[in-house]
Design a protein around this ligand. Structure first.
Ligand code: PRT
Ligand code: ZN
Length: 225
């Protein structure tokens, strides 16, 4: 059984945000005992439990109030919020802090031979992506009719496989695009990791704990500048 009096923080179990999120928690004085393969980890010095999950699950856990806080990339957060809004599910949360890691951009990229002349080049095209909501919102804002093709992985091979004309994927160094004969045509969203909190009020003790942790995060971030 999980103890609901303890502050529940959802973090990515394994992936690009895991190490930095755990490093930040440790830096603000949260001692952790994390054992492999377990969904939950306990702090040994504070009333905090970590839920170790896939990043895709973190926005929903916070929006449903199952986790009190979550560390998540803005790309994933915004995508889930839009998805939940379209299906009338709870999509509320508060951003407590924009963090200094997990930086990337969501960009539309095209094969090297694609003659890109501006956003109108995507009219009538198929664009493979894991972020259909963010892509649709962007295309609608720009009045372009293109069809998102949803893929949960291997997005960068979609043009070569004949599944799509272009892709919309996360880019950090650009090496993946280059290795797949693609180039970045258009950036549509910039992302970093953020710390979010559920929208319903926390009980007094949990809120007091969050209120002591936040200034420590600011301190750690300032010390890095
Ligand atoms: O298993 P789980 O679902 O938890 O993990 P995941 O595979 O969905 O996510 P993960 O760990 O790859 O990424 C987690 C978060 O890290 C993303 O949601 C972003 O917020 C952030 N992030 C930052 C990135 C990147 N940079 C990034 N470069 N996420 C993915 N990439 C991928 C991108 O999709 C592409 O395949 O890296 C490749 C491009 O990198 P470059 O350096 O070659 O441009
Ligand atoms: Zn994921």
């Amino acid at each position: 059984m999980t103890d609901t009096t303890r502050l529940r923080i959802a973090i990515q179990k394994k992936g690009r945000l895991s190490d930095e999120s755990i490093k930040l928690l440790k830096a603000i004085g949260v001692k952790l005992s994390i054992r492999d393969r377990l969904l939950i980890a306990h702090s040994t010095n504070l009333p905090i439990d970590l839920l170790l999950v896939r990043d895709d699950d973190i926005p929903g856990l916070v929006m449903d109030g199952i986790a009190d806080l979550g560390f998540i990339g803005e790309n994933e957060l915004e995508e889930k919020m839009l998805e939940r809004q379209t299906s009338n599910e709870p999509a509320e949360y508060q951003v407590l802090k924009r963090l200094e890691y997990g930086g990337c951009r969501l960009s539309i990229a095209v094969p090297n031979e694609f003659d890109y002349k501006g956003i109108e080049s995507f009219e009538g095209k198929r664009i493979a992506t894991t972020y259909p909501q963010l892509l649709k919102r962007y295309l609608q804002e720009k009045n372009v009719n293109a069809s998102p093709v949803m893929l949960t992985g291997s997005v960068e091979v979609a043009p070569r496989a004949g599944i799509a004309d272009a892709i919309c994927d996360l880019v950090s160094t650009g090496a993946t695009l280059e290795a797949n004969g693609l180039y970045e045509a258009l950036e549509i969203f910039q992302s970093k990791a953020v710390l979010i909190q559920k929208s319903a009020p926390l009980d007094g003790d949990k809120q007091a704990l969050v209120d002591t942790l936040l200034p420590r995060i600011n301190g750690v971030m300032q010390a890095k500048e």
